[in-house]
Design a protein around this ligand. Structure first.
Ligand code: FUB
Length: 327
């Protein structure tokens, strides 16, 4: 009997490490371990979920947000995430001077519109800009050459960050609805070009309201979710139209420890529903060093949303058969 000879094998651990560096990150919560991320905004397109996040660059002792750019990740199964880099920065808006705070991205026709909070260079306070791209992974360019909303257009408070957290909902009839605000929830319809308001914005009667308004629709009911209180908890209301009248639901996610904000985004993906949010659970995390996470979200038979527990494991794998990368 002869012995077969085998070439020398690399130690197993070296092979595993080499292989894993070629794969997208396999994520339990927090989803991204190599940087602090915040203010998730999800978009499902072509069977793939794209996740836009702000980047918290604050050092451990910083006492304010340091946010200069947004990044986009994508997944075909809610577990493996591909990093597509930074498709735009606050400097993408020539009229802005920084503060890449919360954003939201929608698709209309073949274009992707990126609505974001940035600090205006000449109008004191935070403002809303809109950028556009042919791809969900960018690059995005300023769509207007000016802000869509500036702090001087809204007079309800003297707070200079009361025009933040834009979120756009496109209804089945193609109409586009913009929600934004801190302390007061503001609303306006967008023109079909997605870059101009139809008339004036209005204040929706939702109180107490802190920020992070987000609208989604399910089985004919409109769900307006947002952050309430400070520290924030996630709540929602339901209504028969994009502007209500609203019926208040329960708290669906309790406040974080270690960070007062929580900022949710709710989407359906491959037959299931999910909520993205942020907390401070990445090691070294804090108020200005946050980390994005995701959980499956469940509805009761009456359409109400069940309370969501934050977990380390995150959702089970949900491979989407039609998943494509749009370049
Ligand atoms: O990330 C800066 C601000 O913190 C966001 O605009 C708010 O929603 C809160 O998450």
């Amino acid at each position: 009997m002869t012995m077969k000879s085998f070439p020398m094998k690399k130690p197993l651990i070296a092979c595993v490490l080499a292989a894993s560096s070629l794969l997208p990150a396999l994520a339990a919560n927090p989803l991204f371990k190599n940087r602090f991320t915040a203010d998730p905004a999800a978009l499902v397109d072509g069977g793939r979920v794209y996740l836009y996040v702000g980047v918290d660059e604050a050092k451990p002792d910083d006492k304010d947000y340091v946010m200069n750019e947004w990044r986009v990740y994508s997944s075909c199964d809610m577990q493996h995430w591909t990093d597509h880099g930074a498709p735009l920065k606050a400097t993408t808006f020539p009229w802005a001077k920084g503060r890449a705070w919360a954003s939201h991205v929608v698709k209309k026709g073949e274009k992707y519109y990126f609505y974001s909070t940035v600090e205006h260079a000449t109008v004191p306070g935070l403002s809303v800009g809109v950028a556009v791209s042919d791809s969900p992974t960018g690059p995005f360019v300023d769509a207007r050459g000016s802000a869509l909303i500036t702090n001087d257009m809204t007079k309800q408070t003297d707070i200079h960050w009361d025009d933040i957290d834009p979120a756009v909902f496109i209804d089945d009839d193609g109409s586009a609805h913009l929600y934004l605000g801190n302390t007061f929830l503001k609303y306006a319809k967008l023109k079909p070009n997605m870059t101009e308001l139809i008339g004036d914005y209005q204040v929706l009667p939702v109180a107490p309201f802190t920020e992070a308004a987000y609208l989604h629709k399910r089985a004919g009911t409109y769900y307006l979710s947002y952050s309430q209180g400070f520290p924030e908890e996630t709540v929602y209301q339901t209504g028969p139209s994009p502007t209500g009248p609203w019926t208040k639901g329960p708290v669906i996610m309790h406040m974080n420890s270690g960070v007062k904000t929580i900022h949710q985004s709710i989407v359906d993906f491959n037959g299931k529903s999910y909520i993205f949010y942020h907390n401070a659970k990445l090691p070294g995390g804090s108020e200005y060093r946050r980390s994005v996470a995701v959980e499956e979200l469940y509805y009761k038979a009456d359409g109400s949303i069940l309370p969501i527990e934050q977990t380390i494991a995150g959702p089970k794998a949900n491979p989407s058969p039609g998943c494509k990368v749009k370049k």
